[in-house]
Design a protein around this ligand. Structure first.
Ligand code: NDP
Ligand code: 2IT
Length: 445
């Protein structure tokens, strides 16, 4: 390890001892930045990297709410406002029992560079709670969302911090949170994205992360002289990102053969019946196992990690962090995968990334490949500011252009800094430079 990487990481490890995911995310970025720091001495002199790894503000709060049995429940809420150098804090809210400060910090840190790559003016932030939406009634989800917003509202605003969805937060939860924000502040403002279409949401935001992931992967495939036609594709998860990635892959001639949830995975050799998955997941809020009820020829295997043993040309991990480890990566490589692009945030462990990169697999890192969601959130903010709405096609064309631009930025940056073809380094460097230049311009603040 170089002395630069070593000195930054030793402080980060000492300061954040119980946050392995945050340290993992920081390590990857800081290692990529070595050639930038060598070329631009002012970055070390002004301690830009040391500043960027420290959140501008971290908010933790109590969220008390009452369940259907009349019992008081207490969860913990988080909002980490990581970096506002290029725009208001922007990033999703995650509701999952695994949420803790370290998880939210890793996500907020990644968001800084992702948001910079989108070409739109948004800073980095993330939030959420350890509330588990599984098995909760609609009224319980509503009471939780209201209680959560009863504290969050004082920290956010359309020009300050604009949250959105992530795991466990979709249109329903955004609606309840928006209602509470409006009641508490008496303002109708674009303070959340992923809103419903009747009250300021953008067309194509629901589809954006999955579609954007596929647009990005299309460029990776094109660089190998190929396209989606006839490709076997495995996608983990069966939530927002996985569903709309599947939709776009299918429309471009690929065949998605497997999807999962946290309990297990399905394989359908005839190609996934997406209308059925949407019904199970979006309408019935059921489990992926329910797919077998209507497609008896498909198979279901308990345990989600085994999905990577299903042979495929393209893998799109789209469930959660560290879901694809070195061993799974080796199996994918043995089964001749040619491209892996991350729909989830940091789904591949460092060992998995190293395995793909050393095996000639095209690898698209999360902060570039899944940036279409937040990019379209920024387009929602633009429409809210103008008090106008664009058509689905207008938003989709802009999203496609943004994903193309992100790919080009990553490819150019890794070439310029002596790591051709390494899109991990390219994404980290290109995202960092935009934020760093803004931080330098703003002085020591
Ligand atoms: P959803 O809540 O809609 O779906 C999440 C999916 O991942 C579900 O199938 C869920 O299964 C599965 N999953 C969640 N946690 C785990 C776990 N610990 N182990 C195994 N499977 C798990 O979330 P999204 O689709 O929105 O998010 C998926 C990923 O994409 C996340 O990493 C998120 O940060 C990232 N992302 C999302 C964006 C967005 O716009 N929504 C934008 C960019 C990235 P189960 O139902 O069993 O929990
Ligand atoms: O990880 C992500 O980029 C998101 N969950 C989307 C954030 C957003 O503000 O749309």
């Amino acid at each position: 390890m170089s002395s630069f990487v070593d000195s930054v990481l030793s402080v980060v490890c000492a300061r954040n001892p119980a946050e392995p995911e945050f340290i993992q995310a920081v390590r990857e970025v800081v290692e990529s930045l070595e050639p930038v720091v060598q070329k631009r001495p002012e970055i070390a002199r002004l301690k830009i990297v040391e500043r960027i790894v420290e959140p501008e503000r971290q908010i933790m709060f109590r969220v008390p709410w009452i369940d259907d049995k009349g019992q008081v429940q207490i969860n913990r809420g988080f909002r980490v406002q990581f970096n506002s150098a290029i725009g208001p804090y922007k990033g999703g809210l995650r509701l999952h029992p695994s949420v803790n400060l370290g998880i939210i910090k890793f996500l907020g840190f990644e968001q800084i560079f992702k948001n910079a790559l989108t070409t739109t003016p948004i800073g980095g932030g993330k939030g959420g709670s350890d509330f588990d939406p599984k098995g909760k009634s609609d009224m319980e989800v509503m009471r939780f969302c209201q209680a959560f917003m009863s504290e969050l509202f004082r920290h956010i605003g359309p020009d300050t911090d604009v949250p959105a969805g992530d795991i466990g937060v979709g249109g329903r939860e955004i609606g309840y949170m928006y209602g509470q924000y409006k009641k508490l502040t008496n303002t109708f403002a674009g303070v959340l994205t992923g809103k419903g279409l009747t009250y300021g949401g953008s067309l194509a935001r629901t589809e954006a992360t999955g579609y954007g992931l596929v647009y990005f992967t299309t460029r990776m495939l094109a660089d190998r002289g190929t396209d989606w036609n006839g490709k076997r594709v495995v996608i983990s998860g069966s939530g927002n990102v996985a569903i709309y990635a599947t939709e776009k892959v299918q429309s471009l001639g690929g065949k998605v053969v497997a999807l999962s949830d946290s309990n297990g995975y399905i394989v359908d050799e005839e190609g996934i019946d997406l209308a059925l998955v949407k019904r199970i997941k979006e309408v019935e809020r059921g489990r992926i196992k329910d797919y077998l009820g209507k497609r008896p020829k498909a198979s279901y295997t308990e345990g989600c990690g085994g999905i990577w043993t299903v042979p495929c040309d393209v893998a799109l991990p789209s469930a959660t962090q560290n879901e694809l480890d070195g061993k799974s990566a080796a199996v994918l490589v043995k089964n001749r995968v040619i491209a892996v692009a991350e729909g989830a945030n940091m789904p591949s462990t460092p060992e998995a990334v190293a395995c793909f990169q050393s095996s000639g697999v095209s690898f698209g890192p999360a902060k570039a490949a899944n940036a279409g969601g937040v990019a379209t959130s920024a387009l929602e903010m633009s429409q809210n500011s103008m008090r106008l709405s664009w058509t689905f096609e207008e938003v989709d064309v802009k999203l496609h252009g943004i994903m193309d631009s992100i790919y080009t930025q990553c490819k150019n940056a890794c070439e310029t800094y002596g790591k051709p073809g390494n899109l991990v380094a390219g994404a980290n460097i290109a995202g960092f430079i935009k934020v760093a230049d803004s931080m330098i311009a703003h002085g020591v603040v």
